[in-house]
Write a protein that binds this ligand. Structure first.
Ligand SMILES: NC(=O)c1ccc[n+]([C@@H]2O[C@H](COP(=O)([O-])OP(=O)(O)OC[C@H]3O[C@@H](n4cnc5c(N)ncnc54)[C@H](OP(=O)(O)O)[C@@H]3O)[C@@H](O)[C@H]2O)c1
Length: 332
């Protein structure tokens, strides 16, 4: 085995700026965990862009290798849970936050974070899905638990062209739901319909002319990837017994709302945390994704190399990213 590997290396400069380069790093940079994995694919998520640009709420110390997602093959496992050559996935936990992540050709992680690659998925497909698809599936499962069925009514997805948003549209449609995709990109209507949207609306339509404690009940259910003012606008517009799976904070982490939608309409706000899901539930979510997660339209994802990451990171931070970005390592 080589003594070094390629990694997308993010450094904090003395002036406080953050810079990145693709460089060869020794294996000694990896933490001493149980499972050494040769990463074939990773994917770009919003959180990776935050880590790569020095957001200390995500990554505390630099130099660092981001990448909250990885799929690849086991090289060695000190816990003897996995055999060399086993194909596996790691998403979430501390990967790419404060444990060197999938933007490096190798990762070393605790065995308890590792999921065997579901039989019907390839390493590439698992990363087209990645944390974004996993989060979308988690959101749909939470809505189902609230008895939101395809017969209940349309499901709204906000940030619909984003990673979580586009996968939510895709999965909901495959499960028989009619999806309203809310986007700020009018040019993406055809793509969203190809992914599975029944109707596409401009995201500005969600903001009511006048925000009241209870607005007219319009939406049955939603997967909200945006948070902030978007979520504040949505809550009073939910119908009786409506449910919102809340997973993002693109517009901010604060939420100014009131209790009437909850106590007078029985609205549910469902929290989604894909990072620390316990393993039995995590495996359930991957089972769902094994059945429904393939066939994401080719037009809705791109494969990029480590060298291409800076422009992709800039695009996702400015809200201009569409669909999924898969990172392909040179040895895959
Ligand atoms: N809770 C969890 O477990 C979990 C897991 C994964 C991600 N997340 C969070 O979910 C959010 C989405 O992540 P992602 O990876 O899907 O990001 P992404 O690919 O960048 O998607 C975000 C989407 O939000 C929309 N958007 C951007 N700026 C906006 C604005 N000013 N107002 C309204 N909408 C705007 C855009 O879609 P349109 O142009 O189509 O409107 C954009 O594509 C992030 O906050 C991320 O941290 C949470």
């Amino acid at each position: 085995m080589n003594k070094t590997f390629n990694a997308f290396w993010v450094t904090e400069q003395e002036n406080g700026a953050f810079t990145s380069e693709v460089k060869k790093v020794p294996f000694s940079v990896l933490p001493e965990n149980e499972v050494l994995i040769k990463v074939h694919y990773s994917s770009l998520n919003y959180k990776d862009a935050l880590s790569a640009s020095g957001n200390k709420g995500v990554t505390k110390t630099y130099p660092f290798v981001p990448g909250i997602d990885a799929s690849g093959e086991v090289m060695e496992d000190k816990s003897d849970t996995f055999k060399p050559g086993d194909k596996v996935i790691v998403t979430g936990y501390d990967l790419g936050m404060n444990t060197f992540g999938g933007f490096g050709e190798y990762i070393c992680v605790p065995a308890s974070w590792v999921v065997p690659l579901p039989k019907q998925l390839s390493l590439l497909e698992s990363m087209i899905i990645g944390t974004a698809g996993y989060t979308a599936a988690y959101g749909v499962i939470r809505l189902q638990r609230e008895l939101i069925t395809p017969e209940s009514g349309e499901v709204l997805v906000t940030g619909a062209t984003g990673g979580v948003g586009s996968f939510s549209v895709f999965l909901l449609n495959k499960m028989g739901y009619k999806v309203i995709a809310a986007t700020g990109k009018p040019g993406a209507t055809d793509l969203l319909k190809e992914i599975g949207a029944h109707r596409v609306i401009h995201r500005d339509e969600i903001y009511p002319e006048k925000k009241r404690l209870l607005n007219k009940g319009i939406y049955t259910a939603a997967i909200d990837t945006v948070g902030g003012a978007m979520l504040e606008a949505l809550i009073p517009q939910m119908k009786q017994d409506g449910a919102i799976a809340c997973c993002g904070n693109i517009l901010g982490y604060e939420l100014n709302t009131n209790v009437y939608p909850f106590i007078l309409r029985g609205v549910s706000l469902l929290g989604i945390d894909s990072g620390i899901t316990k393993m039995p539930f995590r495996l359930n979510v991957w089972e769902t994704l094994e059945k429904l997660g393939t066939g994401f339209p080719e037009r809705a994802y791109r494969k990029v190399s480590l060298m291409e990451l800076p422009s992709e990171i800039e695009r996702i931070l400015s809200g201009k990213q569409t669909g999924r970005v898969v990172v392909q390592h040179s040895h895959s």
